[in-house]
Design a protein around this ligand. Structure first.
Ligand code: MG
Length: 173
């Protein structure tokens, strides 16, 4: 065996996994939109960004793109492009899903965790899951959205921003 040439195993991969991460600053005078839902922050803060700054949807988009090694959302929706100013991120999500489908892949499930000190996100989780599932074209039980505080640690804990981590699993169709 020591003299044998290493062989690249031939595989027919029918599953791909991707992960995504995003963070946006909390600032006064901006809406707080997460999973397409407009929420009220107790201190009147919202997320800063070129689009609607929906970190949840952005992290999911990056997970979907990452699963196919297609780069990140900045490649498709550059923050210096005026056409994406104030963009509804759910519409951008639809475009990413169309890209995935055009390459012959379907979404098995996505799962995400939002990291935010405030506001309480639990009452809005189901609406977020439904809105995201609708745009992906899957059932709400294929979209996991969870929320945690950061125990007052780090930028999320100091309410300087809200971040999100997501994974997506795709299958060849
Ligand atoms: Mg973003």
């Amino acid at each position: 065996m020591s003299n044998s040439t290493p062989q690249t195993p031939v595989t027919t991969t029918s599953l791909r996994i991707g992960n995504g991460y995003d963070i946006h600053r909390l600032v006064p005078g901006r809406p707080l939109i997460l999973g397409g839902q407009q929420l009220e922050h107790p201190a009147g803060l919202g997320l800063d960004g070129h689009s609607d700054a929906d970190v949840l949807v952005h992290a999911i988009m990056d997970a979907l793109l990452g699963a196919l090694s297609l780069g990140d959302i900045g490649k498709y929706f550059p923050p210096d492009d005026p056409q994406w100013k104030g963009a509804d991120s759910l519409v951008l999500l639809e475009q990413v899903v169309a890209l995935v489908k055009a390459r012959g892949w379907g979404v098995v499930n996505v799962d995400a965790v939002l990291i935010a000190e405030r506001p309480k996100l639990k009452p809005h989780i189901e609406a977020m899951r439904s809105a995201i599932a609708l745009r992906i074209g899957v059932a709400p039980d294929q979209v996991g959205v969870k929320a945690t505080t950061n125990e007052k640690l780090g930028p999320e804990g100091r309410e300087e921003g809200i971040s999100c981590q997501a994974v997506a699993l795709l299958q060849a169709c």
